[in-house]
Write a protein that binds this ligand. Structure first.
Ligand code: ADP
Ligand code: MG
Length: 736
């Protein structure tokens, strides 16, 4: 065992010395030297490059000082400075690497120092161990020589006795001691072996560390070399590129210069001719204002002459136009006069479901095929014929009726006042003729539409404003159907300016511009009328409904102003009320209707027979319409009749009324004769059993001067109205 240990120790010593020799000539030192040399070389090269660059820059700057490639040069210079910056960076990196190498060398020196220390320790240890080994060997050798002595003692023991035994004991104890000594030596050996192993481990670790450092150094070096190489290449490339570009550009500049020289040579004559042209143009420009002034003077004279001619033509045209206007008005008046200022039409409604069936609903009215002004009524087995200005049979459409009326409506635009009345018993078609249905409107809406279109047609010369009022007369009380308080009774008053004209303070007037506006006005009027009574049908048959349309015009060329009024009146039912059944309020209503219809008849009679006095004041209706019935106003009475057998007696009354009104206009003599043949109210009441609204002799001396009314209109605020009426009124105000 001791021998093998010795051999092992020897091996260790050898290994250590080998390592030491290896470390003595390390690669690291070699590497460091190599790196330093390489660095130095690179620095030298860099210096050379910088020198070259400076030279190049100088060369480039000199020829291209003022040439167009200066920018290119600056770019190249920038690139160069970029490259310089990069080389600076690389230099810094190199310095870093140098520092790193230095640090690593320092660490290596440290490691070597440590290794040397550990080797010295190891040598000491070895020395100590070999000393102990020598001691042990000596002890062993002495021990080896001893046993023979013991064997002898034992032999002698057999011969001797107690003395020998004692000696044996001593020997045994000594043997024991020696054995212990051997054990101790073994222990020491073991420890030494362990120390050896640990030192071997340390050596291996150190070796691995050295290898790592070496590899790192190798890598850093390679990297540095690569970077240097790349930088070198980049620099060379940039320099070459810049150089070749500068050469090409120089060549181009030279070529351009040559071209410009030749151009200059050819352009000189052209410049001479241009200068010549310029001078002549300059002269012309100097003379131009004079020429222009001359031309302007003559043009102005021509234009003012032309304007003068046009003006005189216009004046002539205007004069002719006014003359034509006067003529037209005259002709129209003449036409109306020929037709009569008061005209009476009859309209027979068709038999309806409401007439029932059987003999009562049989048709009692026939017409003359050759004369559209004649109609025959079969009454109590006798045929009675009537002649009016025109008769519309049941099949006559609303449009046909309106065609006969429209001349009257348009005269309103020329400043005439017009009244159209629908007269007849309840259910004879008055409202149908005046208002019509939504799908088939009557005179009211058609008249307004016609007015709108006529006004539009004349818009080039005239400004027109069309406004409407709606009123109702019930029991001789006048109410505003478009007002905020429809139940309020209005008064007809004389203008305080002493002009003798009439007006209704508080009567609302709405400006209308479209069919929508009219519809809103009509709806509003209906709502107001309906809210004021329990049974609208009953109420409307007992009251007169008036739609008053005012057309105000201004002729822009002449400054002429016109005002025309169109009064569309749906009269109360003309039927007679049974004397026995009529009492209280019903009788009062009947009396009022009687009074107003009689007054209307009286007025029309007085007008047609050209009486000096017309009894307008006998009823609210005639008083209100005074200015629209008198003077050169035009009136149309549309007498509505039912053709049913059961209505013949009312139909007879209505037709008699119509014929009588119409027949008045026959001149004073025949008028008198006609008047003499008429029955008095007494007579009628006796013969017909009831009252007949009719043309009674007038009450003279109660009339004021005929004058237009409808002044002083007021519009209530929507806040004072309630519900649907207020909302419609609001709509009207916003649109109108
Ligand atoms: P009034 O107003 O005289 O009391 P209305 O105008 O209310 O009479 O007419 C009574 C009925 O007869 C209504 O149903 C109406 O539609 C109808 N009617 C009146 N005239 C005509 C007509 N020409 N064509 C068709 N229906 C008519
Ligand atoms: Mg009616």
């Amino acid at each position: 065992q001791v021998e093998t240990l010795k051999a092992k120790l020897l091996e260790q010593a050898q290994e250590i010395s080998r390592l030491r020799s290896e470390l003595g000539g390390t690669d690291a030192e070699k590497h460091r030297d190599l790196l330093a040399a390489e660095n130095e070389r690179l620095r030298q090269e860099m210096k050379v490059c910088e020198g070259e660059l400076r030279e190049l820059r100088r060369q480039q700057q000199a020829p291209c000082r003022d040439c167009a490639h200066l920018q290119e040069n600056t770019e190249l210079q920038e690139q160069l400075s970029q490259l310089q910056r990069e080389s600076e960076e690389t230099r810094a990196k190199l310095a870093e690497l140098d520092l790193e190498v230095q640090q690593k060398t320092n660490r290596l020196a440290e490691v070597e120092l440590r290794l040397k220390d550990s080797l010295a320790e190891r040598a000491e240890e070895e020395e100590r161990l070999s000393r102990r080994l020598r001691d042990s060997q000596e002890t062993i050798a002495s021990l080896k020589s001893q046993p023979q002595q013991i064997k002898y003692i034992i032999k002698t023991v057999e011969v001797e006795s107690a003395k020998a035994k004692q000696a044996l004991c001593e020997s045994q104890s000594r043997n024991q001691y020696l054995q212990e000594q051997v054990g101790m030596q073994r222990q020491v050996l073991k420890e030494m072996e362990q120390q050896l192993q640990s030192s071997q481990k340390t050596v291996a670790q150190l070796r691995a560390q050295i290898m790592l450092y070496e590899a790192e150094l190798e890598r850093a070096h390679g990297q540095m070399l690569e970077e240097m190489q790349a930088m070198e290449e980049e620099k060379n490339r940039a320099i070459e590129e810049a150089f070749s570009r500068a050469q090409v550009e120089m060549k181009a500049v030279h070529e351009n210069l040559a071209g410009v020289r030749t151009n200059l040579l050819t352009l000189q004559p052209a410049l001479r001719t241009l200068t010549h042209d310029y001078n002549s143009l300059k002269r012309q420009v100097r003379d131009f204002p004079l020429l222009l002034q001359e031309a302007l003077r003559s043009a102005r004279a021509e234009i003012s002459q032309a304007i003068e001619e046009v003006n005189s033509t216009n004046r002539e045209l205007l004069r002719k136009y006014r003359r034509e206007l006067q003529l037209r008005k005259k002709c129209h008046n003449e036409l109306v006069r020929l037709k009569g200022n008061i005209r009476v039409f009859g309209r027979v409604r068709p038999i309806t479901k409401e007439d029932g069936e059987g003999p009562e609903a049989a048709n009692a009215v026939t017409f003359d095929a050759d004369d559209d002004a004649v109609l025959h009524l079969l009454h109590k087995g006798k045929q009675v014929s009537f002649e009016l200005d025109k008769v519309f049979p049941p099949q006559a459409s609303q449009e046909e009726v309106f065609q006969e009326v429209q001349a009257l409506v348009t005269s309103c635009i020329d400043g005439y006042n017009v009244c159209i009345f629908a007269y007849g018993q309840t259910g004879a078609g008055k409202t149908y003729t005046m208002e019509g249905t939504a799908a088939n409107p009557g005179i009211n809406q058609r008249a307004l539409q016609l007015l709108f279109s006529e006004v539009r047609g004349k818009a080039a010369d005239w400004d027109y404003a069309i406004s409407v009022s709606a009123a109702e007369i019930y029991n001789e009380a006048l109410r505003d159907l478009l007002g905020k308080e429809p139940q309020e009774k209005l008064e007809i008053k004389l203008c305080p300016d002493g002009s003798g004209q009439l007006y209704v303070p508080g009567l609302t007037e709405f400006r209308v511009q479209s069919v929508e506006d009219i519809n809103k006005v009509f709806e509003f009027g209906h709502v107001n009328r309906a809210t004021e009574c329990t049974n609208l049908n009953e109420h409307s048959s007992r009251s007169h409904a008036l739609l008053i349309v005012t057309v105000r015009g201004l002729d822009r060329s002449t400054g002429l102003r016109t005002t025309g009024k169109l009064n569309l009146v749906d009269l109360a039912g003309s039927e007679r009320v049974g004397r026995s059944g009529a009492e209280g309020s019903r009788l009062r209503e009947a009396q009022h209707i009687n009074k107003s219809l009689s007054a209307l008849g009286d007025v029309i009679y007085a007008l047609r027979s050209r009486q000096g006095h017309v009894p307008f004041r006998n009823s609210k209706l005639t008083y209100l319409l005074q200015d629209s019935l008198s003077g050169d106003s035009k009136t149309l009475m549309m007498v509505q009749v039912s053709p049913a057998e059961k209505n013949t007696s009312e139909t007879l009354c209505s037709l008699k009324f119509a014929e009588r009104v119409r027949s008045v206009e026959l001149g004073p003599v025949s008028r008198k004769a006609e008047l003499a043949s008429w029955p008095s109210q007494e007579q009628l009441e006796v013969t017909e059993g009831l009252w007949v609204p009719f043309l009674f002799p007038f009450t003279p001396g109660r009339e004021g001067t005929p004058a237009p009314s409808g002044r002083g209109h007021a519009s209530p605020s929507p806040g004072q109205l309630s519900g649907r009426a207020a909302s419609i009124r609001r709509k009207l105000q916003t649109s109108g």
